[in-house]
Write a protein that binds this ligand. Structure first.
Ligand code: MG
Length: 167
């Protein structure tokens, strides 16, 4: 059985993961408006991955006899200054999500809730990947600068990602 404090914290994380999906969908729409279809597709796949994260925790709360309480999802930003700003923002966002996951782990350890701690370990590993992949694109966009052909090559490469595929 989940403690009520843990139940509340996991419900907040469901919201945070769904908000992440919203952020990436907003980024996808912006990138589409900039004619960067590959990056837009990458962000759409990323949004789907965030929904899968939310569902993992959703399932876990139910399995442990807790109640899922869905709260309103905040509106994401709608505009960025450049594709680089988008990915910098995505990287910052993932660092924030990592800190949320780490706080949940601290809570699980504090409560000796081994099952929750075990479930969260997957997220700890996942966040390492999420940060690395966002940052890799930031670094490449820095190299690219204002060079349009290189930007289009990167766009094409990121467009190869399919939904459900890790990046
Ligand atoms: Mg996530």
């Amino acid at each position: 059985m989940l403690s009520s404090k843990m139940e509340e914290a996991l419900n907040s994380q469901v919201n945070a993961e769904l908000y992440s999906a919203y952020v990436y969908l907003a980024m996808s729409a912006y990138l589409e408006s900039q004619d960067l279809q590959g990056m837009a597709a990458w962000m759409k796949a990323q949004a789907q991955e965030e929904v899968a994260h939310a569902m993992k925790i959703f399932g876990f709360i139910n399995e442990r006899g807790g109640s899922v309480k869905l709260a309103a999802i905040a509106a994401p930003p709608t505009k960025w200054d450049s594709p680089r700003a988008v990915f910098e923002n995505a990287y910052k966002h993932e660092q924030h999500v990592t800190s949320l996951i780490h706080k949940l782990v601290d809570l699980a350890i504090g409560e000796s809730d081994h099952a929750t701690k075990n479930m969260l370990d997957w997220f700890v590993d996942e966040q390492v990947e999420e940060e690395a992949s966002a940052n890799a694109t930031v670094q490449r966009l820095k190299m690219i600068g204002d060079h349009a052909p290189a930007l289009l090559m990167l766009d094409r490469e990121l467009g190869q990602r399919r939904a459900g595929e890790e990046e």
